[in-house]
Ligand binder design. Structure first.
Ligand SMILES: NC(=O)c1ccc[n+]([C@@H]2O[C@H](COP(=O)([O-])OP(=O)(O)OC[C@H]3O[C@@H](n4cnc5c(N)ncnc54)[C@H](OP(=O)(O)O)[C@@H]3O)[C@@H](O)[C@H]2O)c1
Length: 342
C-alpha cells in the first residue's frame, strides 16, 4: 500500500512540501484546496525552486472542500496541515473531522506557539506531529508556487504529557515517534536534506526559537510601515528593538519549558547578522497580510507566547505592547472595512 498524504491548506508552504513528497517512492499526495481549487484541478501546481528546478505537481486527488474529501473515503497516513494559524478566525482542526482514522498522523506545518492544542483536543488518540520550517515560499497566483530559498523543516512528536509535571511516557508514544521518523525520512529521500527529527521537548525549543525571529520581524515590519527584514536589522534604533524582542523571547523560553536553551540554536547576534547580509528584499508575512487587508497570525506569534509566559508568572512587555496595539489596529481596520461595505 502506498503512503497516502493529504495537504490541508495547499498554499505556498503546503504545496511546496507536497510537491517534494510527491516524488517519494510508493507515496501519493493529494490536496484539499480552497480558492485555488479550479487552477489546481485543471493544471496541477507549477512549482519553481532554486534547489529543485521546475516541476508540475499533479495531486492524486484535488478536493474543493473538506466535505468533498470526506466523500472520497480514503484512509490517510498523513494529513499535512499548512493553513495560516488563525485561531481567532477559525478552528481549523474542524476541517479534518472525518479524515482522521486509526494510523493517521496530523503534521502541523505552521508558525507560532500552541498550534497543536486544538488538534490534540479534537483527536486525542491521533499522532500529532509539530513542524517548524524556515523555507520561504509564495503563491503569486492560484496554483503557481515560488520556492524562494531555504528548505529546513524540523519535526517532532507532540507529546505534552512528557512536559514538566506530566505523568511520563504512554504506550502509544512509540507509534507517534516512529511516524515522525518516517515523514522525516521521506522528506530527506526527496532532497530536503535538512529535514530533522526532534524529540517533543526539542521541537518546542525550535518553536520558541522561531518565535524569536517571527515576533521580532513580523510585527515590527507592520509597525514601521512595511520595512523589510534587512532594512530593519540595519537601522540602529530598530536593530536595538529587534535585539530586545529576541532576547525577551529567548530568556522566557527556558522559564516556560523548564530547561535551558539547547546550545546549538543560533544566538540573537547570529540571527541579526545573517539578516543584515540577506539582500533578497524579503518582507515578513505579517506585513504582506496587513497590506492586503488579511488577518495576521497575531495570536500564535504574540498572544500565545505571552499567555504561556503568564501561566509561569512571567511578563513579556515588548511582545505585549506590540500585541495590544496591533490587535487593536487590526480590529479597527476590519471595523472600517465592514462599515465601508454597508
Ligand atoms: N510562506 C512562507 O514562506 C512560510 C515560511 C515559514 C512558515 N510559514 C507558515 O506556514 C503556514 C502556511 O503559510 P503559507 O504562507 O503557506 O500560507 P498560504 O500561502 O496563505 O497558504 C494557506 C493555504 O491554506 C488555505 N486554506 C485556509 N483555510 C482553508 C480552508 N478552510 N479550507 C481549505 N483551504 C484553506 C488557503 O486558501 P485560500 O488561498 O483560499 O485562503 C491557502 O491556500 C503559516 O503558519 C505560515 O506562518 C510560511
Amino acid at each position: 500500500m502506498p503512503t497516502r498524504i493529504l495537504i490541508v491548506g495547499a498554499g505556498a508552504i503546503g504545496a511546496f512540501y507536497g510537491s517534494r513528497l510527491a516524488c517519494a517512492a510508493n507515496t501519493t499526495v493529494s490536496a484539499l484546496c480552497r480558492s485555488n481549487f479550479k487552477a489546481v484541478r485543471d493544471h496541477g501546481f507549477k512549482v519553481t525552486s532554486p534547489n529543485y528546478g521546475e516541476q508540475v505537481f499533479k495531486p492524486e486527488y484535488v478536493f474543493s472542500s473538506p466535505e468533498d474529501a470526506r466523500k472520497a473515503g480514503v484512509k490517510w497516513d498523513y494529513l499535512l496541515v499548512a493553513t495560516k494559524a488563525l485561531p481567532d478566525v477559525s478552528d481549523d482542526s474542524a476541517l479534518i473531522e472525518g479524515l482522521v482514522s486509526d494510523g493517521t498522523s496530523i503534521i502541523l506545518v505552521q508558525n507560532g506557539l500552541g498550534v497543536e492544542e486544538p488538534y490534540k483536543k479534537r483527536f486525542p488518540k491521533a499522532a500529532v506531529l509539530s513542524a517548524v520550517t524556515i523555507a520561504s515560499a509564495a503563491q503569486p497566483s492560484h496554483g503557481v508556487i515560488k520556492h524562494n530559498r531555504w528548505t529546513r523543516i524540523s519535526i517532532g512528536p507532540y507529546l505534552p504529557h512528557l512536559d514538566q509535571g506530566g505523568s511520563g511516557s504512554k504506550p502509544d508514544d512509540k507509534a507517534v515517534i516512529d511516524s515522525n521518523k518516517k515523514i522525516v525520512y521521506l522528506l530527506q529521500e526527496v532532497g530536503i536534506k535538512d529535514a530533522e527529527s526532534y524529540s517533543h521537548a526539542g521541537l518546542q525549543f525550535v518553536r520558541w526559537h522561531k518565535i524569536a525571529i517571527n515576533a521580532a520581524m513580523n510585527p515590527s515590519s507592520v509597525l514601521s510601515g512595511g520595512l523589510g527584514n534587512q532594512e530593519m536589522s540595519l537601522d540602529p534604533e530598530i536593530s536595538r528593538h529587534l535585539t530586545g524582542v529576541m532576547n525577551e523571547v529567548l530568556e522566557t523560553a527556558p522559564k516556560v519549558l523548564g530547561k535551558p536553551l539547547p546550545p546549538k540554536l543560533a544566538t540573537v547576534e547570529q540571527l541579526l547578522n545573517s539578516t543584515r547580509k540577506n539582500s533578497s528584499g524579503s518582507k515578513p508575512s505579517m506585513w504582506l497580510d496587513w497590506e492586503k487587508g488579511a488577518r495576521m497570525e497575531l495570536e500564535v506569534i504574540l498572544g500565545n507566547p505571552i499567555r504561556l509566559a503568564r501561566q509561569k508568572g512571567c511578563e513579556m512587555p515588548r511582545l505585549q505592547s506590540m500585541y495590544a496595539l496591533l490587535k487593536a489596529a487590526q480590529e479597527n481596520r476590519d471595523k472600517a472595512k465592514g462599515s465601508s461595505r454597508l
